[in-house]
Design a protein around this ligand. Structure first.
Ligand code: C2E
Ligand code: MG
Length: 511
């Protein structure tokens, strides 16, 4: 009996223990399930977190930090998708930048420069979203668009709209844009190469206020190669005296005598003959090489005057072109002064032609340069007067002596009564403030007579002579002006200078 009771108790204990273990197991299991669930919840939270982080990272990677619109990577990725999904769609890429951003940064500070770029990017975004283009702020101040299935007309309209809205940023200063357009013929080429094609075309925008876009063509590529070659050859050509000085006479409209001459450069280019300055000056202006060329030309002018003087030929005052690039500082004035001292040339024999485009777009720095030139005794002439839209302000604001009315202005106005009134008014205004008026591009006798009647003092143009080389100019001059000095004129020669120096040395010895 005792044994049976013990067995039952033992059995009960075992069953109890088993029940206890089972419970324990259950609660442990529940605990584990909870734990797993929690871990799973945590994991999914982490995944969400990772996804968010990834999204954020993606956004950063594909966004331009300044304008907060898509960047170059975004542009490449969206364009890549488009070209893959729609290989047959006709696409055009347009890239543009703020052409005068350097000047804006300089005048108003980099923050204002950034604001202008942001304004341009947001204008692009608004238009891009409306028209469903792919668009991006590629880098720096370069922005890009890809336009689908649109005509050239439409593209020009888009450019005009962007130009207008971006320019509206601020009325007190100009925001100039320049656009390069590339029709994408091969969608397998790298997108960066397409951007380069746009930028290449954009480099051919010469005057963004007149026309601020260029469509890419293969010829442009060839031109660029040619330009590169010219830039590389320029310095050697200077050393080898391949740049020639041509002179074009300026004639007094009362006496019909040559009273001065403009020095115009030509390039004697191997295999191509004599090149016009239009073939290389714009290129050299875009790379600052024009500074060296001007320095060379000015020296040629002074040497020529010295040669006339030494040969007892009455020297003709020479008008020298000063590229607007020099208006950035007064350094070139020291060089001009040194040249005058070195060749012993009276500054009255020089006229400096300052292009209107450089003066009207220049700020206080340009004014300082012009004032300093005046203080140093140079005769100053505004060249291409009337080619921009600000002529009368220039007469008032700058210490100049002359204006040279631009050829295009004469052509636009010399045919009609109304045009003649404008010319007459302009000349009267200039004379009123004591300026000498020269008119350029005079090609006919009628123009010559009309200009004489309405008060132009001097004329320059093919009617009198095209620009000619020095030998021809001397012959022309020989037939039109007195060869020897008039009695009241005295120009010191080098011999005179040497005599003076001997005299000074002698006096010093005596003292
Ligand atoms: P610019 O200073 O306005 O020079 C006048 C241009 O008009 C010259 O062209 C001249 O040949 C041309 N011209 C004069 N009369 C007539 C005319 O009756 N009819 C026509 N159709 N044209 C006429 P060019 O010599 O080809 O010079 C072009 C421009 O190149 C110059 O315009 C000037 O801006 C620039 N340039 C020339 N030489 C130099 C230079 O040594 N330095 C700099 N910085 N620029 C220069
Ligand atoms: Mg000129």
């Amino acid at each position: 009996m005792f044994i049976a009771v013990m067995i039952v108790i033992a059995l009960l204990c075992v069953i109890g223990f088993l029940i206890y273990r089972l419970d324990l197991y259950r609660s442990y299991n529940n605990y584990r399930i909870d734990k797993i669930k929690k871990l799973e919840a945590d994991l999914s939270k982490e995944e969400d977190l990772n996804n968010n982080t990834l999204k954020k990272l993606n956004k950063v990677a594909y966004t331009n930090p300044i304008s907060k619109i898509g960047n170059l990577d975004f542009f490449i990725s969206e364009a890549g998708k488009l070209f893959e999904e729609e290989p047959e769609t006709d696409c055009t890429m347009i890239c543009f930048n703020i052409q005068n951003i350097g000047k804006i940064n300089k005048l108003f500070g980099p923050t204002e420069g950034d604001n202008v770029v942001i304004h341009a990017a947001h204008t692009l975004r608004d238009i891009g979203q409306r028209e469903r283009h792919i668009f991006a702020h590629i880098y720096s101040n370069l922005l890009g668009i890809i336009v689908k299935n649109r005509s050239e007309e439409y593209i020009k309209e888009q450019i005009a709209e962007l130009t207008r809205l971006i320019a509206a940023y601020n009325e007190s200063f100009k925001v100039l844009t320049s656009f390069g357009v590339y029709h994408i013929s091969d969608k397998t080429q790298p997108i960066t190469q397409m951007i380069n094609a746009c930028m290449l075309a954009q480099r051919f925008v010469k005057n963004p206020e007149k026309c601020n876009y260029v469509f890419y063509t293969e010829e442009l590529e060839a031109d660029l190669t040619q330009n590169k070659q010219m830039s590389q050859e320029m310095e050697q050509a200077l050393e080898e005296h391949k740049f020639l000085m041509y002179l074009q006479p300026m004639v007094d409209l009362k006496t019909f005598r040559i009273v001065s001459a403009e020095a115009l450069v030509r390039w004697d280019y191997p295999g191509k003959g004599i090149l016009s300055p239009y073939a290389f000056i714009p290129l050299f202006e875009s790379t600052n090489l024009v500074q060296k060329l001007d320095y060379y030309m000015w020296e040629e002018c002074l040497k020529t005057i010295r040669r006339w003087i030494d040969n007892k030929i009455a020297p003709t005052p020479i008008a020298m072109n000063i590229s607007p690039i020099h208006f950035q500082n007064t350094k070139f004035i020291e060089y001009l002064d040194e040249l005058c001292e070195h060749y012993l040339i009276d500054k009255n024999l020089l006229i400096l032609e300052l292009p209107e485009r450089g003066i009207s777009s220049g700020g206080s720095q340009t004014k300082e340069v012009i004032t300093t030139l005046k203080e140093h005794g140079y005769t100053l002439c505004i060249d291409n007067f009337g080619s921009m839209n600000s002529p009368l302000n220039l007469l008032r604001d700058y210490p100049i002596d002359r204006i040279k009315i631009d050829r295009s202005f004469l052509n636009q106005n010399s045919d009609t009564e109304e045009g003649m009134s404008i010319l007459r008014y302009l000349i009267a205004m200039a004379k009123e403030v004591g300026l000498t008026v020269i008119t350029e591009g005079v090609e006919t006798l009628e123009q010559t007579n009309l200009l004489g009647e309405i008060g132009s003092d001097i004329a320059q143009g093919y009617f009198f002579s095209k620009p000619v080389d020095l030998r021809e100019f001397d012959q022309l001059n020989h037939s039109m002006v007195q060869r020897v000095y008039q009695s009241n004129e005295y120009y010191p020669t080098f011999e005179d200078l040497e005599k003076d120096l001997d005299l000074i040395a002698f006096m010093l010895e005596q003292a």
